[in-house]
Design a protein around this ligand. Structure first.
Ligand SMILES: NC(=O)c1ccc[n+]([C@@H]2O[C@H](COP(=O)([O-])OP(=O)(O)OC[C@H]3O[C@@H](n4cnc5c(N)ncnc54)[C@H](O)[C@@H]3O)[C@@H](O)[C@H]2O)c1
Length: 338
């Protein structure tokens, strides 16, 4: 069987690293890795082709599309929430126009190949917007169709891009005599905050948890920018990668949603710090809330209801909170910084 060609945008990012590692280990894939910045050495050798370029450059994307037949597009490139809030117009261009460019490529590829191209899209819990802390506490695990009033540029971009994907999958050019609807197989996951032991995030608002982990492991002080009682859902990076691959592989007829919540654990920031202080005796973590970033986190849910993902494509995290720290995060960061 010939290798399937996979396009990964944002390949140099945290999820890109994990995804490419997994795909190359698993075998049978020809990975075309694209990013604005040159791809790291660690990932280079695992890819068939490296493309340094901008998803806002339609000519580059069209050229790529004439040179390869993509089976699946993992569209990871984005500006994350904190960075997007600081550069909102750039964020809108990258997160929305960039996604539109990739959806157009997926449509072109579908037409050329005469089959539905899979488009895998990492969305975020930032699509939710809880009006105040009291509502957040009462709401508990929220479902995919609740509280969709994001208060950040990033959340708005993600929610709209989910809807664009759904439009391209079901209604694209619906007034044409021979409409092309149904040619993209769009599948999305609303990720919680992700924690990788291998890489550090840049520009997100859930970064306090991974930053706390890496700084503690490096014996450095850390000033956490949210209050001790702050609670949002998190997940270990390997589970996020598994989820993308599982959703990609799920039979289309089983899918009842275009975009799914997934959940693993949701400790408070204080609970996080306690685990780290136990693991790293010298960990020095102070809580100095930045009220602007805090307000963003306070608008995100305490937890999400992932019943649909569990029943439609057998989503189940491998890592509970205890397991994530004892079997993945702490041993891996210890090794990394020893
Ligand atoms: N990490 C998380 O906690 C998290 C949570 C929810 C959703 N997500 C989503 O998952 C995806 C990947 O996240 P990540 O954590 O790997 O982010 P990241 O910031 O580590 O990686 C994003 C990559 O996109 C690239 N990029 C940015 N603009 C580009 C452009 N114009 N053209 C080409 N490449 C460009 C960046 O250079 C970077 O390597 C994003 O869409 C993000 O919104 C991440």
């Amino acid at each position: 069987m010939s290798a399937k060609t996979i396009l990964v945008t944002g390949a140099n990012g945290e999820i890109g690293h994990g995804l490419i590692d997994y795909l190359s280990e698993y075998g049978g894939f020809q990975i075309i890795a694209m990013d604005l910045v040159p791809i790291d050495e660690a990932v280079k050798s695992k890819c068939h082709r490296l493309v340094t370029g901008d998803i806002l450059d339609p000519h580059l994307l069209e050229t790529l599309s004439t040179e390869h037949n993509f089976d699946t597009i993992y569209h990871l490139a984005a500006l994350l929430s904190t960075r997007a809030e600081r550069q909102p117009t750039l964020a809108h261009r990258v997160n929305v126009d960039g996604t539109l460019n990739l959806l157009e490529i997926a449509i072109t590829q579908s037409r050329l190949q005469g089959k539905r191209i899979k488009f895998i899209y990492p969305s975020s819990i930032a699509v939710y917007g809880l009006p105040d802390l009291e509502t957040k506490k009462k709401a508990g695990k929220i479902k995919e169709n609740q509280y969709l009033s994001p208060r950040t540029m990033y959340g708005i971009n993600k929610l709209y891009s989910e809807q664009l994907g759904t439009y391209y999958a079901n209604y694209y050019r619906q007034l044409d005599a021979h409409p092309l609807n149904g040619q993209i197989d769009f599948r999305g996951i609303r990720f919680p905050g992700l924690i990788s032991a291998a890489t550090l995030p840049k520009g997100g608002t859930s970064d306090f948890a991974p930053e706390m982990l890496h700084m503690s492991a490096k014996n450095k002080n850390y000033e956490c920018f949210v209050r001790e009682d702050t609670r949002i859902p998190f997940m270990a990076m390997p589970d996020a990668i598994t989820a993308l691959l599982k959703l990609q592989a799920a039979p289309a007829e089983k899918l009842t949603h275009a975009v799914y919540n997934i959940s693993a654990f949701n400790p408070s920031a204080l609970e996080f710090s306690k685990i780290l202080k136990e693991a790293f005796n010298s960990a020095d973590i102070k809580f100095i809330s930045d009220y602007r970033r805090q307000a963003i986190i306070d608008s995100w849910p305490e937890d999400v209801d992932d019943t649909a993902a569990r029943s439609d494509w057998s989503w189940e995290p491998k890592y509970s909170l205890d397991k994530a720290f004892s079997e993945y995060l702490i041993p891996t960061v210890r090794k990394k910084y020893s």
